[in-house]
Design a protein around this ligand. Sequence first.
Ligand code: G
Ligand code: G
Ligand code: MN
Ligand code: NA
Length: 252
Amino acid sequence: LELQIHLREALAAGDFYLEYQPVVDLGSSQVTSVEALVRWDHDGRTVPPEEFIGAAEESGLIVPLGEWILREACQKVAVWRISDWDIGLSVNLSAKQVLSSRFVSTVAGVLAETGLPAEVLTLEVDEELLLDDGAEAVASLSELRGLGVQLAIDDYGMGYASLAHLRELSVDAIKIDPSFIDDLGRDDTVTLLTHTIIQLGRDLGVQVVAEGIERPEQLEQLRAMGCDHGQGFLVARPMSADGVEALVGGEV
Ligand code: G
Ligand code: G
Ligand code: MN
Ligand code: NA
């Protein structure tokens, strides 16, 4: 409960900030998009989202916090795009946000306000969201997709009935869970499953992003398997907006 009070105060005080993790095209090694990740410095340390997203969901604060995250990230990427940098943006959503009654109008409003084209924004949802409140969530997400927003399934492959989810919700991308990438080349079954997910994405015309790339062999293997995009500490860590600008240097 104390945490929830601190979170509310932090939002009011503007104490949250965003980092951006670059996502690269594995063919060209170019940065094609960034994933926005929320951060909170509190009591002299950076509190990981795992420690506060849950509390924000329970208290309902995730709705205004999520709106702040979306607006902040869209504003930043809209500025980059004005400088002629063709970059996409991914934002993570929690179920509570998607199920809030004003979710669709909030996203549409933020896009209109920031001038960010809908196609530039990818909303990431995990498979859990499609379980409990599936129908309602799918309706809202599909409405946004109708406006041109892209959808991605995050942490793909870890959910119950991962294949069925691709039938329930039309998506533009799947992000392979880091646990698969971690065992890539070490565990034959995992390697085969990863290859199968990449092939599935290709057959469905869905982009495939491998997450949690930490070792050069993983990168090589994913390239050889024809995986479209990659993300991970080996490629680039989550960093400040200034860090992203410095990384891509001349491009901006
Ligand atoms: O950035 P990091 O690895 O610490 O993220 C840990 C977890 O927190 C991940 O599951 C990630 O999706 C989640 N997360 C990070 N930023 C956000 C955010 O802006 N909104 C939501 N809902 N989850 C986030
Ligand atoms: O659940 P989601 O995929 O949104 O989680 C994103 C989080 O994963 C990021 O906040 C980031 O801190 C973390 N992350 C990104 N790349 C790597 C990596 O290569 N290794 C590990 N352990 N975590 C990573
Ligand atoms: Mn994510
Ligand atoms: Na996520």
